[in-house]
Each structure stands twice: as C-alpha cells, then as structure tokens.
Design a binder for this molecule. Structure first.
Ligand SMILES: *[C@@H]1O[C@H](CO)[C@@H](O)[C@H](O)[C@H]1NC(C)=O
Ligand SMILES: *[C@@H]1O[C@H](CO)[C@@H](O)[C@H](O)[C@H]1NC(C)=O
Ligand SMILES: *[C@@H]1O[C@H](CO)[C@@H](O)[C@H](O)[C@H]1NC(C)=O
Ligand SMILES: *[C@@H]1O[C@H](CO)[C@@H](O)[C@H](O)[C@H]1NC(C)=O
Ligand SMILES: *[C@@H]1O[C@H](CO)[C@@H](O)[C@H](O)[C@H]1NC(C)=O
Length: 499
C-alpha cells in the first residue's frame, strides 16, 4: 500500500549546491512508502511449478541440433526445477510418430531458427524416449503436445498416432507426463488454412481424456485449448475459448492460453521499458477471467506459452538484460492476478532462448533461478505504479532460515533515475536482504547482482547470492532501470507462517 510519495532531500546541501553550480542539480530521491500488516490477504497460492518452461516442437524436426545428451544443458535445466517442460508449438500439429511420410522423413535443418515451417515431419520412438529421459534427468515434468490436425474423413480427430505415442510411454511406465492437443486452434485458418470449430475441438479433448484414462494416465493432466489472440473483449481467442469450455470443461484440468507483448521483428529497446506495453497483460488476464466467470467449474488457468516477443523473439533484445523487465513483471502480474502456471517460451532455440546454442545462460535464466529461490507460493496484492512495479509474496522457508514468516518484495524501477522505498509496520528488529540486478548495458547478456556479475561456479553449482543487508528503518535505494528482490526474514506476517 503506497501511503506517500514525497521528495526527500537534504535542503541544506541543495542550497549549497545550487549556489555553487550554475546547472540545476537535485540530490532528491523520490520515496515510496509501503505498509505491511497482518490483515493483508493472500490472493493466490501457486504450485511449485509456477515458473515453467517451453521447448518448441520445431526443435524435434532435427534432434541432432537439440543438446539433450549434454551434461551442461541438463545441469542448466536442473537449476530451474521444479517446473514443467512443455514440448509444444505450431510444429506439434505437424508431428507424426514412427511414420514414413510421402517424401521420407521430412525434416528441416533450421532447428535453431523459429520458422513458420508447416511441413509434416515424424519422430521415432527413440526420439520420444530420449526427450522423456531428458525431462527425467532435468527433474522437469514433460508436457507433450499432440497433433490435432490428423483427422478422419468425417473430420473428427484421428487418435491412432497419439495412441502410439501414449502406448510407447505407457510401455516404459513413463506415467509422469501431462498432455495437450493442438496449438493455437483459433489461428488454424490463418496458419494451416483449416478450420476446426471450438465445439469439435472440445469433443476431441474429451476423447483424448478417455484414451488417457484407459491407458493408465488417469493422473496425467490435460491442458487446453492453447488459444492465442486475447486482445480485446471480442477477439477470436476468447470467443473460441468460451465455446470450447461449454463442452470441454469436464475434460480439461487446466485452461490454457498464449500471450506475447510484441512482434519480435519490430520490437525496440524502448518497447521493452514502456509501461504501456507492461500494462497489456493485466487487461488480457481480465478478459480470460471474464470468460472463466461464465463457467461453473473453477478450472485453474495457465499462461502456457508466453514470452516478450513472438516470432522467435527480438534479436539482441530477448536474450539480453532488458528483456528481464517484462519477464519478471509477467511473473508478478500473473501471480497477483490468479494465474496458476506461466510457461516461458523458449528454454532453447530462437532469439528468446534462455539458454544459447553454446550452452551459456541468458539474463532471463538467472531471473528464473532467483525467482525460484526468493519467492514462495503465497501471493499478496500490493499497489505499485507504472514505473515502480512491485509485487510481494511470502518468502520460501529455505531462505528465511527456518523462520517461515518472511516476506519477499520484488519488482523493478523502470525510471531513468534512482528511487527509494521505505517499508513500514514490519517488525523493526529484522533487516532487509537486498538483491539488486543491473547490467553493464541494457542490451548486454550479463546480469550483475549487487554489482557483481553472475556466473556459475566451476563445478556447475549456483554461486552464493550475496545480499546487501540493511536496517529496515533506512529507506532502500533502488538504482535506475534495475530489478530487485528484497527479502525481509522474520517479518512476522501471520499469513506467511506455516507448520
Ligand atoms: C492493512 O493493509 C491493507 C492492505 O494494504 C489495508 O487495506 C488495511 O486497511 C490495513 N489494515 C490496517 C489495520 O491498517
Ligand atoms: C540434421 O542436422 C544435421 C546437422 O546439421 C545434418 O547433418 C542432418 O542432415 C540433418 N538431418 C535432417 C534429416 O535434416
Ligand atoms: C500434413 O498432414 C495433414 C494431416 O494429415 C494434412 O492434412 C496436410 O495436408 C499435411 N501437410 C502438408 C504440408 O503436407
Ligand atoms: C509507449 O507505447 C505507447 C503505445 O505503443 C506509445 O504510444 C508511447 O509513445 C510509448 N512511449 C514511449 C516513451 O516510447
Ligand atoms: C504503521 O506504522 C505507522 C507509523 O510507524 C503507525 O502510525 C501506524 O499505526 C501503523 N499501522 C499499523 C496497522 O500497525
């Protein structure tokens, strides 16, 4: 709760400076005051997999490009667990299994590059098993997106190919997999020149649910319908979703949609810091929530494919420090506004990769690691402003050294000047542990934590994240264009107590 926003300055110093210098200089810092108390409500409780990751199905077109057998890649993903690993995307509706297609195994050699390649291709059981083994090694739970465009002459879904995939995993007792059917179905006319009605897609999902139950995948989740284009109250995606839920709400465990703020081909650095762009997401979540309100079943909602810019990301932006602002804000907004899981596209491949082809990590990878470390699953709703964006959750027990009453404040200063935050009404006997993220350049791939560049240790372990520890009575200074996590252990917020 912001109770005041006043200018703090040392007037004496200011007078001296003003008289000494001819240019106008001001040492004042805008101060935001936040008040915490024991009646603040928990507005959302997140699963441990809240921050999850996507691997675009187009990468399966040529598995030799996908470093799933490299220990460095496995290690980097392991640091992101627990999480889901969604294998999905446009290419999932081109994917066949163990099939010789007309022109042999049609595969493309552009695996790194996002492309609107809609040629059909086939993966082998060996490939499928390799991906599943990879998800096991990384401790991520695989979600596999099945091809919904394989259809019978009466235009209902032909499940025979999917059944082979399901059976292959069943034979290996690999029941720790969740499922999807198709990708962005409301955009099929545009992408594939095919239309599948929402009610037909709903029936197809119910059919898949029955197949899963029959094949010992009763405990596997079915997540759908993966709609996109939720721009306004009459947009294609939300109309499609509404219709889909009339039939499918008993067949899906999670309702899912996709979101990007920007077009990767045209996005600029200014867009990545423009609060108008940031404010797109809460409006879109409201549209989804409205659709869900008309449904009796209270199905949790997933943002199951999302990034800052579509079309594979924005070159020299999506993989640099500046992309982190939209990424961290997306996590904050989603958590506060009732979203259950957020799946970041893509962990590998394209300009939005969190891990580059040389297996080095990008700033968004570090942000995901820090979020998982410092932010727990109970979410508060606190006020913030367009350019000082603030979120608060309870602190994970591990971080509060066993005292599970801590609160973590996180967010970002989009202003081109430093500001300070004053925290009130928390136990004054506790300190703030401050972690500020900056970079040497907004378009650098380096992330600095409290002024030191983040690197993994020689043995692949995470580095120690060293806080600045400060008395709560002093305001906390936040540099210009930076992100931060502020952990207040032992804040004595009763909402954050756990057994
Ligand atoms: C506690 O904080 C909430 C949210 O900021 C506010 O609505 C409420 O009035 C506060 N309660 C007290 C007793 O100050
Ligand atoms: C896959 O990529 C490898 C490495 O570039 C290439 O040698 C191979 O021909 C490609 N396979 C197909 C089927 O395109
Ligand atoms: C891919 O397979 C679908 C379903 O069998 C078929 O309708 C479509 O024509 C194929 N696409 C191409 C490009 O061959
Ligand atoms: C931010 O984005 C909005 C909407 O695209 C635009 O009208 C505005 O000029 C942008 N502001 C800046 C500072 O670039
Ligand atoms: C919060 O702190 C302020 C000043 O320290 C005090 O006046 C106010 O009563 C406190 N509010 C609560 C709810 O404790």
């Amino acid at each position: 709760m912001i109770v005041s926003s006043n200018l703090m300055f040392n007037s004496y110093l200011l007078i001296i400076l003003k008289s000494l210098l001819t240019w106008n200089i001001c040492s004042c810092l805008e101060t935001y005051t936040l008040e915490f108390n024991n009646s603040m409500k928990i507005v959302n409780t997140l699963p441990d997999e809240f921050v999850s990751f996507g691997l675009d199905t187009s990468l399966l077109r040529n598995m030799s490009f996908l470093p799933i057998d490299q220990s460095k890649f496995i290690l980097l993903l392991k640091h992101l667990s627990p999480a889901y690993l969604r294998v999905g995307g446009t290419a999932s509706d081109c994917l066949y299994f163990n099939k010789v297609l007309e022109n042999g195994f049609i595969q493309s050699d552009q695996s790194y590059v996002y492309s609107q390649d809609i040629s059909n291709f086939s993966i082998s059981s060996h490939d499928l098993i390799a991906i599943h083994e990879f998800s096991k090694k990384t401790h991520l739970r695989m979600i596999f997106d099945l091809n919904v465009l394989i259809r019978k002459s009466d235009f209902t879904w032909d499940s025979s190919d999917a059944l082979k995939i399901i059976s292959t995993l069943k034979e290996r007792k690999a029941q720790n997999v969740d499922w999807q059917l198709g990708n962005e179905p409301n955009s099929f006319p545009h992408v594939f020149n095919i239309k599948i009605s929402a009610s037909q897609l709903a029936k197809d999902h119910c059919k898949l649910r029955a197949i899963l139950n029959y094949n010992n995948f009763k405990n596997s989740a079915l997540i759908g319908p993966e709609v996109n284009h939720i721009e306004h109250s009459r947009s294609k995606g939300q109309i499609y979703l509404k219709e889909f839920l009339k039939t499918a709400s008993d067949c899906v465990d999670y309702v899912s949609w996709h979101q990007y703020y920007l077009n990767g081909r045209t996005a600029t650095r200014e867009d990545f810091l423009n609060s108008t762009v940031f404010n797109i997401l809460p409006d879109q979540i409201d549209i989804i929530k409205n659709v869900m309100r008309s449904n009796e079943r209270n199905i949790p909602v997933w943002l199951s494919e999302t990034g800052s810019a579509f079309g594979g990301g924005a070159p020299k932006l999506s993989n640099t420090f500046v992309a982190g602002f939209l990424w961290l804000d997306k996590l904050g907004i989603s958590a506060r506004n009732g979203i259950n899981v957020v799946i970041r596209q893509s962990v590998f491949g394209g300009d939005y990769a969190m891990i580059e082809s040389d297996l080095t990590q990008n700033p968004d990878w570090w942000l995901a690691v820090l979020f998982k470390k410092f932010v727990a699953n109970k979410v508060f709703s606190i006020d913030s402003t367009d350019n000082l964006r603030l979120y608060a959750h309870c602190t994970p027990k591990k971080v509060s050294s066993g005292k599970s009453s801590g609160v973590t404040l996180y967010g970002m200063n989009l202003n081109n000047k430093p500001i300070q935050i004053r925290l009130r009404n928390l136990s004054q006997k506790t300190n703030a542990h401050i972690y500020v993220l900056t970079s040497d350049d907004l378009q650098s791939r380096n992330t600095f934590l409290n002024g030191r560049v983040l690197r993994l240790q020689e043995n692949g372990d995470l580095p120690a994240f060293l806080p600045i520890i400060q008395d709560l009575r002093k305001p906390i200074r936040i540099p210009k264009t930076s992100m931060f996590f502020i952990v207040i252990n032992n804040a004595k917020l009763t909402q954050c107590f756990s057994k």
